[in-house]
Ligand binder design. Structure first.
Ligand code: MN
Length: 137
């Protein structure tokens, strides 16, 4: 179970992403623009962020770049979501600091696989920190 922030301006897509995440047992936070998403990311420190690229005002790439420049939020994995499944977009999202990339429409297997691979890294490091703590106590 993870706390996942979804930043997505399209209400249907937001609803779908939320449903898929809830079905997988995650806790969902959501924002419909980058500005309020950044405030939530800084205040709530989610375990992972699903970031739509095309947002009104600041876009998802600029928002990701800000998160990755801030030491307080740099470690939060960001999965970019875009309707434009083009090679140039993948490259741009990587340059902005996104950790993974998913083309919309969202497919649950692809979404869960991306989350598992990013959270797996986090889970392992948390697990080893826990077992180290157990040995100390
Ligand atoms: Mn959008």
């Amino acid at each position: 179970m993870a706390r996942i922030l979804v930043i997505e301006d399209n209400r249907e897509n937001l609803k779908l992403a939320t449903l898929l995440l809830l079905n997988a047992g995650h806790v969902v936070l959501s924002a419909i623009d980058a500005e309020s998403g950044l405030i939530l990311a800084r205040g709530e420190h989610p375990d992972l962020i699903l970031m739509d690229i095309q947002l009104p005002g600041m876009d998802g790439l600029a928002a990701t770049a800000l998160l990755k420049q801030d030491p307080a939020t740099a470690a939060i994995p960001v999965i970019a979501l875009t309707a434009l499944a083009m090679k140039a977009d993948q490259e741009k999202s990587r340059l902005a600091g996104c950790d993974a990339y998913i083309a919309k429409p969202l497919r649950y297997k692809e979404l869960y696989a991306a989350i598992d691979s990013l959270m797996g890294l986090t889970t392992r490091s948390v697990a080893s920190a826990d077992s180290a703590a157990d040995q100390l106590s």
